[in-house]
Write a protein that binds this ligand. Structure first.
Ligand code: ZN
Length: 383
């Protein structure tokens, strides 16, 4: 019995080795060809699928909601004479570092201490918030929202100068026309992602005359132009948008209508914010047969707000695959995932953003049940 089994096994092993060697030689040949003629595309070999006939690249992008730094939060971050927000995010660092690119909505203006810190209704937060976001895995911040002009032009300029200094890109509010015209495109694994950002308004604070560049206001004609411009430069267009009604857990018809418009103009991914509570995720089918992924609202990621879902946020992610073949290039979106988070604090101190599933060990009763409830809420339109 044993002898009968040995010869076929040996044969299988020999065939396998022969196959592996031939595949290796083939790959070396292709590698050499690419090195000779297209050295710039060498990175694509990592995801090679069809032995030189087609190539695919894949990345994951994600977004978190409002970074809304109330007075209680920046007071908690004051250690000695300096602000340090890193501990607030230490429990979600591994989560935010997983996607290739993460964007956040910087809701409270980061004007820094020179302008005098302030809380609701006219926010001004320490510059150091940006350091913590960068340390935690955020790659770009969206700065168009109803608090963009809380400290006027000075605030926008101070925030932009600091973000430039630490190398954290921003989009949505700008220092001048040239800054506004410059598309924010981040490239990863050969996939170019353009980030755009718009807000419904600025809490009634008028934009200074002749300075429309300060903040992007929702305007279908202007958005359409920028989407088309971004589409020419990038593979994927991501729109961060500040819209909807505060504390509403379901998007209204205006949001749905605008999402449809953006999708049909070419936006691939829409990350919404403003409601301070989570609103569900959805696929939108476009007239040209594409699929746009929308998260209607990402809620608060960090804030001093509590109760009624205002202390629950999360990270939404989507996979982007770029297929390159003789027929051309195409983009495929897949695998939407939502990882809920919770803002833990004790008597307005010790603020920590933690994964909702683990929030029980941070004092949240029935964390498991809440995790399931939030997952069901966010995915209700995906099923
Ligand atoms: Zn807002």
């Amino acid at each position: 019995m044993k002898k009968k089994g040995t010869i076929p096994s040996l044969l299988i092993i020999i065939v396998c080795i022969a196959l592996a060697v031939s595949i290796f030689i083939q790959q070396q040949k292709i590698k050499l060809a690419l090195e000779t003629f297209h050295p710039i595309k060498l990175h694509a070999l990592r995801h090679q699928t069809d032995m030189g006939i087609g190539l695919t690249e894949k990345i994951t992008i994600g977004a978190i909601g409002d970074i809304l730094i109330h007075g209680v939060v920046y007071q908690d971050a004051l250690k000695g004479n300096r602000y340090n927000f890193d501990p607030i995010f230490e429990n979600v660092k591994s989560l935010l570092e997983k996607p290739d690119i993460v964007t956040a909505n910087q809701e409270s203006l980061l004007g820094g201490i020179e302008l005098g810190l302030s809380t609701y209704p006219l926010f001004n937060s320490p510059h150091e918030v940006a350091d913590a976001l960068e340390h935690t895995g955020v790659d770009i911040v969206s700065t168009a929202n109803n608090h963009s002009l809380d400290r006027g032009e000075k605030g926008v300029d101070s925030e932009a100068a600091y973000l430039d200094k630490i190398g954290l890109p921003y989009v949505g509010s700008f220092v001048d026309e040239k800054d506004k015209e410059k598309l924010r495109i981040i490239e990863k694994n050969g996939i170019k992602i353009a980030f755009l950002s718009y807000t419904y308004g600025t809490n009634g604070i008028p934009i200074p005359a002749g300075k429309d560049f300060l903040v992007n206001l929702i305007n279908r004609d202007l958005m359409k132009d920028e989407i088309h411009r971004a589409k020419k430069e990038a593979d994927v267009v991501v729109m961060s948008i500040h819209w909807g009604v505060e504390y509403q857990r379901i998007p209204n018809n205006d949001q749905k209508d605008l999402a449809n418009f953006l999708a049909n103009e070419g936006v691939d991914v829409i990350f919404g914010s403003h409601s301070h509570v989570l609103q569900p995720m959805e696929w939108i089918k476009t007239k040209d047969g594409r699929k746009t992924f929308v998260v209607y609202s990402l809620g608060n990621f960090i804030s001093g707000q509590t109760n009624d879902y205002k202390d629950i946020g999360g990270l939404a992610t989507i996979d982007i695959t770029k297929h390159i073949s003789e027929k051309g290039e195409s983009i495929e979106l897949s695998n939407p995932v939502f990882d809920p988070t919770f803002v833990s604090s004790q008597s307005f101190k010790n603020y920590r953003v933690v994964p909702l599933g683990n929030a029980g060990s941070f004092g949240l009763p029935n964390a498991d049940g809440k995790y399931k409830e939030i997952q069901a809420h966010m995915t209700q339109w995906l099923r």
